[in-house]
Write a protein that binds this ligand. Structure first.
Ligand code: ASP
Length: 325
């Protein structure tokens, strides 16, 4: 029987009703007690390093989770992480960079309803996650609503429905149906994992809107080492912000010009408003990477180096299916 470590971190899946709304309250043992049938096909131990609404998750928590996995890596065959859905896609992307080349699956899941609610999706998601964790695949992924999505490709696209996550610019890896794993993209890593213990936490995102006050780029850019700008369409910067952008780049910061459009990604070469940015040192574009991956990859890259050539090389090195370009 495979040996699985269940890592509980809070979220709706582990929440109870309080007078002021849902809040994490169930322990890892209580979660596991709701899916007694898993014991028929795997052996489970539990840890609970966090107990948060995932709104409160920060990069420090991703490092903590990476540490829990690193310390337990040799003692378990797979890891199932229960997490709130709001920032689940960020945590899955972050773990994809922090724990690379893992031959053992790291499966993240959560739920739209608490596990002890009558109409909950949590029991199914948790059962599916254990089943997928035992299926022999590798890598970091999300199992949710019967779908398996690469850890770098997920986005929460529905706030209430049970199919809350969508795989962006990449097919789903598998589906779970009638207690079986239907695999579309097999993923088998071999060898030892590569763990990273550092992230640059001075990364920020600014979203363009028509009429964004001048000075907004500088106000945020001055306080961070990596700035992601969510621009429009395939990517471009309005004329009025060009000098601010240049000042940020000249200060040696990395700027990523991303897009607000979730599907199909950026291509700065198309329009003059984007093309004029391509030759600027320190400016990158994410192409088909998700925003969640762009944010966490930039934190990972800038945690390793500030040398512009090396930043570019690492940012454009594909990890866990994050980049097809
Ligand atoms: N606010 C909750 C969280 O992210 C939502 C959820 O888990 O579905 O922790």
């Amino acid at each position: 029987m495979k040996k699985i470590l269940l890592i509980a971190t809070g979220g709706t899946i582990a929440s109870r009703k309080t007078l002021s709304g849902l809040a994490p309250g169930l322990s890892a043992e209580e979660l596991l007690a709701q899916v007694p049938d898993v014991r028929k096909f795997c052996q489970v131990e539990v840890v609970q390093p966090l107990n948060l609404d995932s709104t409160n998750i920060s990069p420090g928590d991703w490092l903590l989770l990476g540490g829990v996995i690193e310390r337990n890596y040799d003692s378990f065959d797979a890891f199932v992480i229960c997490h709130g859905t709001d920032t689940l896609a960020y945590t899955a992307a972050a773990l994809s960079y922090l724990v690379q080349n893992t031959s053992k699956p790291l499966v993240l899941t959560g739920a739209q309803r608490p596990i002890d609610a009558e109409d909950t999706d949590a029991r199914q998601n948790l059962m599916d996650s254990f089943r997928y964790a035992c299926s022999g695949d590798s890598g970091v992924c999300i199992v949710f609503g019967g779908r398996v999505i690469a850890g770098t490709r997920a986005r929460k696209t529905r706030t209430k429905s049970y199919n809350a996550f969508t795989s962006i610019n990449f097919p789903e890896l598998a589906e779970l149906r009638d207690q079986r794993v239907l695999r579309f993209i097999p993923f088998r890593e071999s060898g030892r994992p590569v763990f990273t213990r550092e992230l640059c936490q001075r990364v920020a995102l600014i979203k363009l809107i028509p009429g964004l006050p001048e000075g907004a780029f500088s106000a945020i850019g001055d306080r961070c080492d990596g700035l992601i700008i969510e621009s429009y369409g395939v990517g471009g910067i309005p004329d009025v912000y060009l000098s601010e952008l240049d000042r940020i780049l000249q200060a040696g910061k990395t700027v990523v010009l991303a897009t607000q459009v979730p599907q199909e990604g950026s291509d700065l070469s198309v329009y003059q408003v984007g093309h004029r940015l391509r030759e600027r040192a320190g400016l990158l574009e994410p192409y088909d990477m998700t925003l969640e991956s762009t944010v966490t990859k930039l934190m990972w890259v800038l945690g390793k180096t500030r040398e512009p050539g090396e930043v570019r090389r690492l940012f454009y090195t594909p990890v866990n299916f994050d980049l097809l370009f």
